[in-house]
Design a protein around this ligand. Structure first.
Ligand code: PBG
Length: 326
């Protein structure tokens, strides 16, 4: 009896055989750690909806960056929370503002060992919480916002950012930021464009993390979760405008988009496992309903398998430690 002839199980018999034929691997350099730094904080402040994640003080940010460097992570992505907000988000432009100051300090700490990336968006800095400035009708004014993004990009590069990451989903943002960077002599600073960013409920816990002032939603500028083909259009536009890397966000519920984008992109593709994805895993694990470590690594593997070159994840440091021990 020789039936069946094909037995895929042969290559699954031992851990060593499975390792031999694995199509996807995880490595610490695949992970980018998003971090929050809050102006005026004296102790790290826990974020209730993201157990294990904190708002950093300017001091604790540095030890976390140092650890990220030691672990060999792919990068660190900085989000700043200013003490004062205004309608135009001016703290985001100020070279002494919390984000630019922190870029400088982290860069001094880690040097060339870890790419320092900065979120380029106004929502943390505006008193209305939108990603751009508002017109008299109260809508986000695309073109007025672009000008500010250009200045913000130049300020971040000046502070030492290795990569700037525009996340506001304004039309034309990549071109304007590229032009502003080049005009200020920062030809070498790449743009990681949040290209296919959806208006997602999965960002819920992030709003607590940055103490968001937003009322309403971002559906006039972030993408409609109903749309798939449109993601390719967004990516093509960003590539034409000079994006050096493109991002899909969120990740787990958008693996179809990620797969499509990876299929057409000739630049590296990032995916952001966002705050709500983290919170759901943490909540289910806390109940004992899932195996936390197994699900974390599986979720990261799935995102890489779908086509991501690298993954922004709040698990970056922990996952890297697990991989080092294995
Ligand atoms: C905007 C920005 C957001 C996130 C990253 N950059 C919030 C939003 O678009 O509403 C969300 C990240 C997360 O949920 O983990 N600056």
């Amino acid at each position: 009896m020789t039936f069946p002839h094909s037995r895929p199980r042969r290559l699954r018999r031992t851990p060593a055989l499975r390792r031999l034929v694995a199509e996807t691997r995880l490595h610490p350099a695949d992970f980018i750690l998003p971090v929050f730094v809050r102006e005026g904080l004296t102790e790290p402040a826990p974020i209730t909806s993201m157990p294990g994640v904190v708002q950093h003080t300017e001091k604790s940010l540095l030890s976390t960056a140092e650890e990220a460097s030691q672990l060999g992570l792919g990068g660190i992505m900085l989000f700043g929370i200013p003490a004062q907000r205004d309608p135009h988000g001016s703290a985001g432009l100020d070279p002494e503002g919390i984000l630019n100051r922190s870029i400088r300090a982290v860069k001094e700490q880690v040097g060339e060992s870890l790419p320092v990336m900065s979120d380029l968006c106004l929502d943390e800095f505006t008193d209305h919480g939108h990603c751009g400035v508002l017109n008299p009708a109260g809508e986000v004014d695309n073109d007025a916002t672009l000008e500010i993004y250009g200045q913000m990009g130049a300020a971040q590069a000046q502070a030492g950012a290795d990569v700037v990451a525009p996340s506001g989903m304004m039309d034309g943002q990549v071109a304007v930021i590229r032009e502003a960077l080049d005009a200020a002599g920062h030809h070498h600073v790449p743009i990681l464009a949040y290209a296919a960013k959806y208006a997602s409920g999965f960002y819920g816990p992030f709003r607590e993390a940055v103490d968001s002032q937003l009322t309403g939603d971002r559906r006039q500028y972030q993408m409609d979760p109903a749309n798939r083909t449109e993601a390719l259009r967004e990516v093509e536009l960003d590539l034409a405008e000079g994006a050096d890397m493109v991002m899909v966000k969120p990740a787990s519920a958008y693996l179809d988009i990620l797969s499509d984008v990876a299929g057409i992109s000739d630049v590296p593709v990032s995916a952001y496992q966002v705050s709500g994805e983290y919170a759901m895993i943490e909540a289910a694990a806390a109940k004992g309903w899932i195996d936390r470590r197994m699900v974390v690594l599986e979720s990261l593997m799935a995102i890489r398998r779908a086509g991501a070159t690298n993954v922004l994840t709040y698990y970056a440091a922990e996952a890297a430690r697990w991989l080092q021990k294995d």
